[in-house]
Design a protein around this ligand. Structure first.
Ligand code: AR6
Length: 208
């Protein structure tokens, strides 16, 4: 599970709390951002309405990276559910910056929110597109009464978004929803991304 219960916790001078589960930054009295290393396909919060976010492509029928791992872990029902999402134009089920929700099937999380980040070198406004991908994922989650949500580093793999810039967009967009979720998690696959996110959160959220 992704929750911090039972963890050994130490409070840092900027108000963040660190434990073996990652680092927790308060966003409001009832909400926190949690940054942790790990595999997003394993993330869930016991007994709660939870969702993981899938960094997909516009066709929404699977791919490499986290998308491939999520589809493998969810089983073939996920691809069938994605196939049922109507195309908005040929080959496009989810335009860049938008989000769609399905169930999680064999995943431990109950829902998957599929979003499409920008291809950094191709998109005419990658910052706006990445911000929209986070914002629309959170909107769809809110509409579905999800209280715990986990993101990977959208666009930071195959789509080659620079890590420091991506961390800045991710954390500042999540801040817009500081009263809407109990916990927003980043589950990050590698040390370089985890460290980029922690540095940015310390810069943007210190002492809140
Ligand atoms: N858990 C958490 N993070 C992961 C996992 C995992 N299991 N696997 C990879 N990552 P990417 P994008 C990290 O490439 O850049 C797909 O083919 C990875 O290290 O998955 O948005 C889609 O179908 C990286 O930091 O997504 C699209 O065509 C981050 O997740 C395209 O790739 C995102 O990397 C989307 O590219």
């Amino acid at each position: 599970g992704g929750r911090l219960t039972g963890a050994r916790v130490s409070t840092m001078s900027n108000g963040a709390e660190e434990s073996h589960r990652g680092v927790r930054f308060p966003l409001s009295p009832s909400s926190a951002l949690v940054i942790q290393k790990g595999d997003i396909t394993e993330w869930f919060v016991d007994g709660s309405s939870d969702a993981i976010v899938n960094p997909a492509n516009e066709l929404m029928l699977g791919g490499g990276g986290a998308d491939g791992a999520i589809h493998r872990a969810a089983g073939p029902e996920l691809k069938a559910a994605c196939y049922s999402v109507p195309e908005v134009r040929p080959g496009v089920r989810c335009p860049t910056g938008e989000a769609r929700i399905t169930l999680g099937f064999k995943l431990p999380a109950s829902h998957v929110i599929h979003t499409v980040g920008p291809i950094y070198d191709v998109d005419s406004n990658p910052e706006a597109s990445l911000s929209n991908a986070y914002r629309n994922s959170l909107r769809v989650a809110k509409e579905n009464d999800i209280k715990y949500i986990a993101f990977p580093a959208i666009s930071c793999g195959v789509y080659r978004y620079p890590l420091d810039k991506a961390a800045s967009v991710a954390i500042s967009t999540i801040r817009e929803f500081s009263n809407d979720f109990k916990e927003v998690h980043f589950v990050l696959f590698s040390d370089d991304i985890y460290n980029a996110w922690l540095d940015k959160a310390n810069e943007l959220l210190a002492g809140q």
